[in-house]
Ligand binder design. Structure first.
Ligand code: NAD
Length: 295
């Protein structure tokens, strides 16, 4: 297929490369010259501005941008995709943004006869590189089916979450829970070790008991409890605390719009804010352990 890819950062770069590996023709754009150079070396054709992607008559254009303001400017700006595009191209935004913005931008697209669906991902940079991402897709069924034929070249689980914006809903709800469960595991591990338990033994008990979850079993935050995880290498690699803080902000903003109580989500956001303020924003989010182990 003829595909456009805009936003070739830590996630978008390897995703575009997987499309090339699968045999698609990719026309790429990014503001960063280095990102463009890497895409070019991987076999992508380069666009000089976003509108070239809109005017090239492509089958699908993917966007993978940092935050809502970038998505707004790329789609709604004067030189943006919607001003120059038409309904022959399907647009798929894989950025993590708030559901409200996703619905608003897709609504503006629909007024111009253009379909824009949301397809945020989980799986991190490893999943992007290995083509094993989970895509949470919000939008009409036929657009989902069309996107799926290509999303499968970048991911393993491609789930239709319902109407436009619901991909972002699934993403923010999951990540809020992930933050809360990570904090819960950090608190319980710290309690057990302070009361005299060996961390590895405590982790193995939790992981065969009712406290078991992803944060205890796959990414335990207590140093030495599991091998090969960020906690056992100074919290390097993994999913950055700044990104978790961003996702918690999105969850709280979305909760406010529907007046849903997010008591633990609010507390989790404050804790991640504190961790980032202490200079740990680049560490894996399991570094929340540091709030329990003040020197
Ligand atoms: P990134 O900052 O590495 O990449 C973003 C890219 O977008 C950069 O190359 C930047 O130059 C480009 N860009 C910004 N504004 C642009 C514009 N107007 N036109 C063209 N290009 C523009 O970010 P990332 O880590 O790739 O994350 C992208 C999205 O994926 C974010 O919404 C993030 O929350 C989400 N996400 C990231 C991870 C992760 O582990 N990194 C995991 C899941 C989801």
């Amino acid at each position: 297929m003829n595909i456009g890819f805009l936003g070739l950062g830590n996630m978008g770069g390897p995703m575009a490369q997987n499309l090339l590996k699968a045999g698609h023709a990719v026309l790429a754009f990014d503001l960063s010259k280095d990102a463009l150079q890497a895409a070019h070396e991987a076999g992508a054709a380069l666009a000089a501005k976003p509108q070239e992607l809109a005017e090239a008559g492509l089958d699908i254009v993917f966007t993978m941008l940092p935050a809502a303001q970038h998505v707004r400017s790329v789609y709604l700006g004067e030189d943006g995709l919607l001003a120059h595009g038409n309904g022959d191209t399907l647009y798929v935004d894989c950025s993590t943004i708030d559901p409200h913005t996703a619905r608003e931008v897709a609504g503006t697209a629909a007024e111009k006869g253009i379909t824009l669906i949301d397809a945020p991902v989980s799986g991190g940079t490893k999943g992007a590189a290995e083509g094993t991402l989970t895509f949470m897709v919000g939008g009409p069924q036929n657009a989902f089916e069309q996107a799926k034929t290509v999303l499968k070249d970048m991911g393993k689980n491609i789930v239709h979450c319902g109407d436009t914006g619901n991909g972002q809903v699934a993403k923010v709800a999951n990540n809020m829970l992930l933050a809360i469960s990570m904090i819960g595991v950090a608190e319980a591990m710290n309690l057990g070790v302070n009361l005299g338990m060996d961390a590895e033994t405590l982790a193995s008990i939790i992981n065969t008991s009712s406290g078991r979850c992803w944060s205890s079993e796959i990414n335990n935050p207590y140093p030495g409890a599991l091998e090969g995880v960020p906690a056992s290498r100074g919290y390097t690699g993994g999913f950055g605390s700044a990104l978790m803080l961003k996702d918690l902000g999105l969850a709280l903003e979305a909760a406010q719009q529907v007046e849903a109580p997010v008591l633990l989500g609010g507390l989790a956001k404050q804790m991640y804010q504190q961790l980032c303020n202490q200079g740990h924003s680049k560490l894996d989010f399991s570094a929340i352990m540091k709030l329990y182990q003040q020197e």
